[in-house]
Write a protein that binds this ligand. Structure first.
Ligand code: KG4
Ligand code: ZN
Length: 334
């Protein structure tokens, strides 16, 4: 058991986050500054604006994080940062800040994969048992990942088009909800009494891949048709149809992967893990099939630096440090 202090930085998209983690487990602080209000008026994240806001926030947040954690910069053991994937301009801000700190303090730099972060957010609150399967669902990602052992990842399924959160946001936008619209669609679906049946994209029988763009188009077509015919659209029934289609495919493929891989646990992670319908359906299926389901608390599901610190801890244990000439990798592979 190590007791190192890692300061972690996450700026891959529209959240600036800085955390201090002790021994890979104890969160001394996890500051998240969301840019949602800024991007809301554009209906989505504007990359240029996101990186500019990261620049404005990052230095102050590092100072504040160290202060809130009750540590000094000199006590830090390493600096961790999301190296990728993500928006290149956003990643660059975090990477440059992290490199500068590591160099100035003469301590190791640990470049971390964003998805490894989402997965290892679970480690902050649970004990992982291998092999396990992770279902990663966020605004930028939809992946099924097998973890054979600690830190060894194998992606067995991914989206072929929209990420699940992205599909939620596009459907929400068509239903006139503000960005990010996922929670609005979730709420509407939960309240609805009727359901408009929509297709499920199963793809090839043995495939763990996902596809949500056809489903999203079916929703948009239903909205257009109602508008053209001057009919009142039952938004709730449509949201429920969309959500049920998404959930059935996610849950079925995740459980199939768990059994096929002999996994001992299923991990749910990423911002869409907040979805009430998904949580309920997954919990019910896991209970009936006796599969332990791990879900981090919401504050650790959406983008945050504590999860980057947790993933970096695994590299710290093996002294797998990153060279100071590393670059931000918008398409970093796991
Ligand atoms: O992980 P995250 O914070 O950022 C990314 O890495 O993308 O995920 C944000 C995504 C957004 O697309 C948002 O609409 C979606 O998660 N989301 C939800 C819910 N809460 C957040 N989608 C569906 N239902 C929810 N309750
Ligand atoms: Zn994320």
């Amino acid at each position: 058991m190590t007791n190192e202090l890692i300061l972690a930085v996450e700026t891959s998209c529209d959240e600036t986050s800085v955390a201090v983690i002790r021994g890979g487990k104890e969160i001394l602080c996890n500051l998240v500054s969301s840019q949602i209000e800024t991007h809301e008026k554009y209906g989505g994240v504007v990359p240029e604006i996101a990186s500019r806001q990261h620049v404005e926030s990052i230095t102050l947040m590092i100072e504040q994080a160290v202060q809130e954690a009750g540590v000094t910069l000199e006590e830090l053991s390493a600096i961790a940062v999301t190296q990728g994937p993500g928006l290149v301009g956003s990643l660059l801000v975090g990477v440059i800040a992290a490199k500068t700190l590591a160099m100035a303090l003469d301590i190791p730099l640990i470049g971390t994969h964003h998805i490894a972060g989402h997965i290892y957010a679970n480690q902050l609150v649970h004990e992982l048992v291998y092999p396990c399967v992770a279902l990663v669902v966020s605004g930028g990602h939809t992946e099924l990942v097998v973890l054979e052992r600690e830190g060894v990842f194998r992606i067995i399924g991914r989206t072929r088009d929209d990420a699940v959160g992205e599909a939620y946001d596009k459907v929400a936008r068509a239903l006139k909800f503000p960005y990010p619209g996922g929670p609005h669609v979730d709420r509407l679906a939960g309240e609805a009494e009727e359901e408009i049946e929509l297709p499920r994209a199963w793809l090839e029988p043995d495939s763990y891949d996902f596809s949500f763009s056809g489903l999203k188009s079916a929703v948009l077509a239903a909205i257009n048709q109602a508008n053209m015919k001057g009919l009142t659209l039952d938004k709730g029934a449509l949201a429920r149809g969309f959500q049920n289609s998404v959930i059935e495919v996610l849950v079925t493929k995740a459980l199939r992967a768990v059994h096929a891989e002999g996994a001992k646990q299923l991990l749910l992670c990423g911002g869409v893990a907040a979805n009430k319908g998904l949580r309920t359906a997954l919990a019910a299926r896991c209970e009936s099939e006796q599969v332990p389901l791990l879900v981090p608390p919401m504050s650790l599901c959406s983008d945050n630096a504590a999860m980057i610190g947790a993933a970096a801890h695994l590299k710290w244990k093996h002294a797998a440090f990153t060279s100071l000439d590393m670059k931000a990798e918008p398409s970093f592979s796991l």
